[in-house]
Design a protein around this ligand. Structure first.
Ligand code: MSP
Length: 526
């Protein structure tokens, strides 16, 4: 069986989940579901990044011990993932004893091999990003290149990862695997960080203690990035007494996809491969750097800026399917995307209400009215319109797979909508209500009804990775058997024949612009 391992970044346990984090988890969950439907054995990892000065400070502000604080935050993460139907296989926490042990062992191993050494760091530090920067990177205004906030000068004894040593190997790897970081997302990293000369990475701190301590030198704690990145393999039991998951999902024959937002591209496309080189284990197939949700004024939505809504009220008002669908389609996968109330309303009304929802209701309604709920059997096609529609739809199904296989989820969803457009147009052109009035055209009516039932079945299977509750409702109404609901079965075929359908409530209520814009603006402003 083909295997697929997909990961999200582990989210900082320093505040609540907002729709930006949700976006990344929805992407990963969608890919996991898609691959499962394609017959893969899938392992999907997410989790929380719980160490560091910032989190310790937050705990203090809340009059809590750090562990107590992160426990409460993680509880909230899990509630959000449940509401969003994020179906992960494992939730890793960097405070898990097994993770801590893995980090400590890896540290000592790299130290022994000379890939880690002790020295002093003297540079510019950004507390919110927990990153050191060089003079060149902070510029004359001393601004953090990641978050745009002011940095301060800091000097301390610390351990370094010998990054420079691995730069030639990294460049060689990129030459052989240009798709490792697809859509040209490595170029910027090369120009900004590698070309000017990559410095060794400081990987421990002594000014705080909320972190994984270095076994052989406990006044040092492992600075967040090494701790954090190792989650992807510690979660699989790397270097532990039970490494069966690691052997299974980090082996050569597994397709490994790792999502990272563009602000953490550097860590995933430069330092992470270097750590893996140093450990002499394989690299993932793909680091997929996704864009960020930004506000109407072009600012990144973030916890610290307090400009990002929680997904929960959106789910409550619009359904989990609507929020998932909006997230993966409004943002072209890989690009930044604005969350704007008007576009939210337009997207849901156009794609889910007018296109898919309408097609479902028209189809089920006509089957009820003209054939007493029964889908007619498909025979040899007699109508030119059907032949043309089938050909076009088959082409879109092919493209759907191509886009999904290159992780372009928004494009894949667009193909499903194009199929809906074809089917709605096909109904208008063949006018089943006219055919129904003429007994001599009964075979034509059978053909039209069988065709649209089949299209609705295909579209519903294609939507399944995103519309995680409603697509199945439609397949239930069409009486499509559980075994026939996977992607291996997407093609225009016969297995809706003679099934007796049932009616369902409209899938997505039409959104009234004025009401919803007011509600959504209120959410964003909060
Ligand atoms: N803890 C680190 C990641 C360590 S991974 C080894 C971190 N955490 S984070 O909580 O700040 O952000 C994690 C991810 O959340 C981002 O990479 C991105 O995928 C997602 N997003 C956070 N804000 C976002 C938006 N405004 N828009 C889209 N995604 C966002 O960085």
């Amino acid at each position: 069986m083909k295997k697929f391992y997909v990961t999200t970044p582990i989210y900082y346990a320093s505040g609540k989940i907002h729709i930006g984090h949700a976006y990344c988890s929805i992407l990963a969950d969608t890919m996991a579901r898609y691959k499962k439907l394609c017959g893969y054995d899938v392992f999907f990892l997410t989790g929380s990044d719980e160490h560091g000065q910032k989190i310790a400070q937050k705990a203090l502000e809340n009059n809590m011990k750090p562990q107590e604080y992160v426990d409460s935050i993680v509880k909230g993460f899990k509630e959000n993932w449940e509401a969003l139907k994020i179906d992960y296989s494992k939730f890793i926490r960097t405070t898990d004893a097994s993770h801590v042990e893995c980090v400590q062992k890896v540290f000592e191993y790299l130290l022994k091999n000379g890939d880690i050494y002790k020295s002093y760091y003297d540079g510019w530090y950004c507390t919110p990003c927990e990153s050191f920067w060089t003079d060149h990177q902070v510029g004359e205004n001393h601004i953090c290149p990641d978050c745009g906030r002011e940095v301060h000068r800091d000097k301390e004894e610390c351990y370094f990862l010998n990054v420079k040593k691995y730069v030639p190997q990294l460049m060689e790897f990129y030459k052989l695997h240009p798709e490792f970081v697809p859509d040209g997302k490595f170029d910027e990293m090369y120009n900004n960080f590698i070309k000017p000369g990559l410095e060794d990475l400081s990987i421990t701190r002594t000014s705080f203690d909320w972190g994984v301590s270095v076994k052989s030198d406990p006044k040092h704690v492992v600075y967040v990035w090494i701790d954090a990145l190792l989650n992807y393999i510690s979660a699989l039991g790397f270097n532990s007494s039970d490494d069966s998951l690691f052997k299974k999902y980090w082996s050569k024959d597994v397709e490994i996809l790792q999502y990272a937002g563009r602000e953490i591209n550097r860590f995933h496309s430069i330092y992470w491969p270097i750590i893996l080189f140093a450990l002499n284990i394989r690299l993932p197939d793909t680091i997929y750097v996704h864009g960020l949700l930004i506000t109407r004024s072009g600012v990144k939505m973030s916890k610290s800026l307090g400009n990002a809504p929680s997904p929960l009220p959106l789910i409550e008002r619009y359904s989990v399917d609507a929020l998932r669908y909006y997230s993966v389609t409004e943002i072209q996968t890989g690009e930044d995307g604005q969350f704007t109330p008007n576009q939210f309303v337009d997207r849901i009304n156009a794609d889910l209400v007018n296109n898919y929802g309408n097609l479902v209701n028209r189809t089920l309604g006509m089957l009820q009215k003209y054939r007493n709920f029964k889908i007619p059997a498909k025979k040899k096609l007699i109508k030119q319109e059907t032949i043309i529609a089938n050909e076009k739809i088959s082409e879109h199904i092919k493209l759907y797979f191509e886009h999904f296989n290159s992780y372009h989820i928004s494009k894949a969803m667009h193909e499903v909508c194009l199929i809906g457009d074809i089917a709605n147009k096909y109904i208008d052109e063949t006018a089943p209500w006219v055919l129904a009035k003429d007994e001599s055209r009964s075979a034509e009516l059978d053909e039209v009804l069988a065709t649209i039932a089949d299209v609705v079945k295909c579209m519903s299977i294609m939507f399944k990775p995103v519309l995680v509750t409603k697509a199945d409702k439609v397949l239930d109404a069409l009486k499509v058997a559980a075994d026939d609901r996977n992607h291996l079965n997407i093609c225009l075929s016969n297995y809706c024949d003679n099934k007796e359908v049932s009616l369902i409530e409209p899938l997505f209520p039409r959104l009234k612009r004025e009401d919803e814009v007011e509600f959504l603006v209120g959410m964003i402003d909060n």
